[in-house]
Write a protein that binds this ligand. Structure first.
Ligand SMILES: Cc1cc2nc3c(=O)[nH]c(=O)nc-3n(C[C@H](O)[C@H](O)[C@H](O)COP(=O)(O)OP(=O)(O)OC[C@H]3O[C@@H](n4cnc5c(N)ncnc54)[C@H](O)[C@@H]3O)c2cc1C
Length: 413
């Protein structure tokens, strides 16, 4: 008897976890993603500043241990739930013919995309932090700017403009990047570019009243104070109206010149999620609504019994959960159990993993109220645990050892 065809859309935290562990004795498995690697998002900022090589912040979706899994490098552009067919566009520089993939069971995990809120100029001029190409682009831009700043004919005023890093978004992703960049400036760039590094400024812009607003008041206050002590310029209550190639235009405030602009303001639904004819959340981020067994709702009351949705793209009706890697993995683990023995599964139950935010200089905060060095240790240990392979974990530990002896990759290459 032929095995049921299980098709997974998206090779991110949710989809990649599934293909690492799904039984190919039980299912004929296909995964479709426009990128051939899984992006280990919590490691991107560290890779960008050279704490370890970029390849440690990603994993190939194809694996020599899992050759029985089919992978197609393509976008799923639409799904016909009646005929159980995914329509796909190959993702290559050259235009190739579209194709169809039929499924018996479908798992939707296309994640989200950065939300620019339609702010003019952001798509064209800002950097994002979603995958390894983004982390590479940030490192390249940073080093290019430092080289420009040290040219003999670059004026002091221009140096100041070039070496202004603007991060838009004061949530955990933006603040973690600020912390890593500040550490890099103090530990490495100050040695390689002693004159220019002293001119570097890092600013955080957020339309809210404070940064890290998801934490309790004493924690976000602590974070604000600590970052201010490190001369990070925190600009809250700042609504960005538009940006151009060198300037940020802020409502009611003076225009600011920048050398690097990183946009880290949160999520918007992916093009695929937007196009799907399924029930979605009504407020805020549009996510595919599922029941407590992660089956996608086709309308207000009925689910598709053979369509599951998880990760950032999905949420459980009546039990909203945060769009995090941790939650994507918890749901993937649950779905593996359901797929292994599909009859009468128990409802999904989430467990809460503590959030840790790094603030730079060996300092951090944890959701439960931890502050200081212990939070930093927890955060760094997290880097190893986030890695999805033994090779990756060893690579990170070896990189740290080499960094302590010779400086980071930025200093040594
Ligand atoms: C810089 C950064 C740091 C983060 N740090 C943390 C952290 O420390 N802890 C934490 O818990 N969370 C963290 N997150 C959040 C975490 O990355 C997300 O919650 C997680 O990636 C969600 O997993 P997912 O599988 O739903 O989506 P993703 O991991 O985004 O994967 C979605 C995949 O779907 C693919 N895809 C998109 N559209 C299509 C399509 N049409 N067809 C086929 N494939 C498609 C994409 O290419 C992608 O590979 C961080 C996020 C960022 C950006």
């Amino acid at each position: 008897m032929s095995k049921p065809r299980l098709v997974i859309v998206g090779g991110g935290w949710a989809g990649f976890y599934l293909v690492q562990y799904i039984s190919t004795d039980q299912y004929d498995v296909t995964i479709i993603d426009p990128r051939r690697t899984f992006a280990n998002t919590p490691l991107l900022a560290s890779a960008a500043v050279g704490l370890f090589h970029f390849h440690l912040a990603e994993e190939p979706i194809r694996s020599r241990n899992r050759v029985d899994i089919q992978f197609f490098k393509a976008y799923v552009t639409s799904v016909d739930f009646e005929s159980q067919t995914c329509h796909c566009e190959p993702n290559f520089d050259e235009e190739l013919d579209s194709f169809k993939v039929e499924y018996d069971i479908l798992v939707l995990a296309p994640g989200c995309q950065p939300n620019t809120f339609g702010t003019p100029g952001v798509e064209e001029n800002a950097l994002f932090m979603k995958n390894v190409s983004d982390a590479m682009a940030l490192r390249k831009r940073l080093l290019d700017l430092f080289e420009q700043a040290t040219l003999p004919n670059t004026s002091d005023a221009k140096v100041k403009e070039l070496l202004h890093i603007a991060i838009v978004g004061g949530g955990p992703t933006g603040i973690e990047l600020v912390a890593e960049l500040d550490d890099m400036a103090k530990d490495e760039l100050s040695k390689i570019y002693p004159r220019a590094a002293s001119k570097l400024t890092i600013s955080v812009y957020d339309m809210a009243d404070n940064i890290l607003g998801n934490y309790d008041k004493d924690l976000w206050q602590y974070a604000n104070e600590q970052l201010a002590k490190r001369k990070i310029n925190i600009e809250t209550n700042s609504t960005i109206e538009k940006v151009d190639a060198n300037h940020i235009f802020i409502k009611g405030k003076p225009t600011v010149a920048y050398g690097i602009l990183v946009w880290a303001t949160g999520n918007k639904e992916s093009g695929l999620t937007e196009s799907l004819d399924v029930r979605k959340s009504e407020k805020g981020l549009k996510r595919i609504m599922t029941d407590s067994n992660l089956r996608a709702y086709k309308d207000s009351s009925q689910v598709w019994s053979n369509v599951y949705a998880l990760g950032d793209a999905a949420d459980i009706d009546g039990n909203p959960l945060p769009p995090t890697a941790d939650m994507a993995v918890q749901k993937a683990k649950y779905l593996l159990k359901v797929l292994a023995s599909p009859s009468a599964p128990k409802a999904f139950e989430a467990s809460n993993k503590e959030t840790v935010s790094y603030l730079g200089s060996g300092d951090g905060v944890t959701e439960s109220g931890g502050k200081g060095n212990a939070a930093w240790v927890a955060w760094r240990a997290g880097s190893v645990s986030w890695s999805r392979s033994l090779r990756g974990r060893i690579g990170i530990l070896v990189s740290w050892a080499l960094n302590s002896l010779f400086g980071t990759e930025i200093a040594s290459v």
